[in-house]
Design a protein around this ligand. Sequence first.
Ligand SMILES: *Cc1c(COP(=O)(O)O)cnc(C)c1O
Length: 366
Amino acid sequence: MADRPTLKPWIEAIHAYVPGKSKAADGRPLVKLSANENPLGCSPKVIETLAGGHEPNLYPDPDATQLREAIGALHGIDPARIVCGTGSGECLHGAVQAFAGPGDEVLFSLYSFSLYPLLAHKVGAEVVLAEDADYAPDVDNMLAAVTGRTRVVLLDNPNNPIGTFLPRAEVERLHAGLPKDVLLVVDQAYAEFLPEGEDDGGMDLAARHDNVLVTRTFAKAYGIAGERVGWATGAPHLIDALNRLRGAFNVTASGQRAALAALSDQDFVAKSRDANAAARARFVDQIAALGNHGLRALPSEANFVLVVFEGDLAATTALDAIAEAGYAVRHLPRQGLPQALRVTVGTPEQMDAIAAVLRDLCGVSA
Ligand SMILES: *Cc1c(COP(=O)(O)O)cnc(C)c1O
């Protein structure tokens, strides 16, 4: 007999989620461009709502009814086909937990959201990684990696940490190539940053098919990451599965109120999208100017840019110099990206400061 409780082997294999850093090695606080948070903060309506009176002694609405109705109204979805989560992370957990277990495979592209392996390992399922195409998810490679044991396919679109976007036709082709009993999860955490009118079609697939779930979050463009609110939509049997698995009072009262207020201010979302696109374009141009030093910004439709270091300058050297200048960006060696840094799009001034550090390291004057 063991002298203490024994972890299940698949739990033993889990690496806890590694959050973005906000401090230097010596404890100095850094400007956090490592967690894809919104540099504009959130809507003033959220601040107002949260400052208002509330009753912390009362349980929240367990079904987030008002919030689901507001989400449904905005997106043209029947609220019965929506479930809210403690962040979209909880919905992603539920999707994997409901349909995969020991002996099953959970498939995603080699470079995907760092939470995904954890979701599979938690339920004892195996992770299968599809080959990338210049870092980005590739539909042919994903379909080629499907086996008889594939139960769930996870697609973050735009992708994190790469930032690339698979257009509607490609997402439709991925879905069309999957067996009907494989769940496709389209994780649209960054969808609000897409140019107006651009859409990967995930919601339409989720409305029409029994095997598609779309997840969204209030953490990114809505700017309320700390309130932990996300949601998923799909066929009633999928929503039912997630409802069984989620926490009973999973979205806090303040989370529900904050999300409602955030939803009501679409001007803030548009402002976030436009500011992000402008600061991102400017930063990408500055990186492009360092192309002959081996730096490359991968095409991004999200609120971050992955800079790949393919020349003499190492990503780790850049990481240290950026920290020295007061900024935390994301280095992802555990995700197989020792040669890259993911930089959250902050204010134009912050992005200029990062670009200036990189120019300095390359010996280029502005
Ligand atoms: C940030 C992010 C989320 C959001 O997670 P929450 O639990 O809603 O905070 C989901 N998917 C991806 C790919 C992300 O990058």
